[in-house]
Design a protein around this ligand. Sequence first.
Ligand code: HEC
Length: 126
Amino acid sequence: MNWIDFIIKNLILFFTIIILFISGCANKNAEELYPASTCDTINVKYSSTITQIISTNCINCHNGVLANGNPQVRLDSYTGVKAVADNGKFYKTLEGTTKQMPPSGRLPDCPISQVKAWIDTGSPNN
Ligand code: HEC
């Protein structure tokens, strides 16, 4: 093999690898990269998962100071959260079937499924 053959073969190899690499990335859509299974709806606990979702998205408007004119919608204690879990409003407002909560727009599917999973197991204080 002379040196021209050598360079051409290696160039072809080089570009093949580059193309495989690029197409390998391009073919992955968001669902493959972030599968729904990364949403943990099994180990859902009030003390971690639920309070985390509430403190990020709800607590500013539903606490001891501000309960938005509705003393039943205090989400700063288990008792308050349990009340809206039991009367169905926690899940309904997340889904936007009655009122939309948070008012700024629907949360992503994962936290909504986690809340649903927690309610489906009887919304325990765990
Ligand atoms: C920007 C402030 C704000 C945020 C953030 C917010 N809420 Fe509300 N929420 C309100 C107001 C205001 C009302 C009363 C609305 C009404 O009665 O029309 C309300 C009412 C509710 C009600 C009662 C609905 C009914 O049909 O009686 C529930 C349940 C509720 N919110 C849950 C939540 C949850 C859960 C979150 C977080 C995911 C949340 N809210 C985030 C302001 C907020």
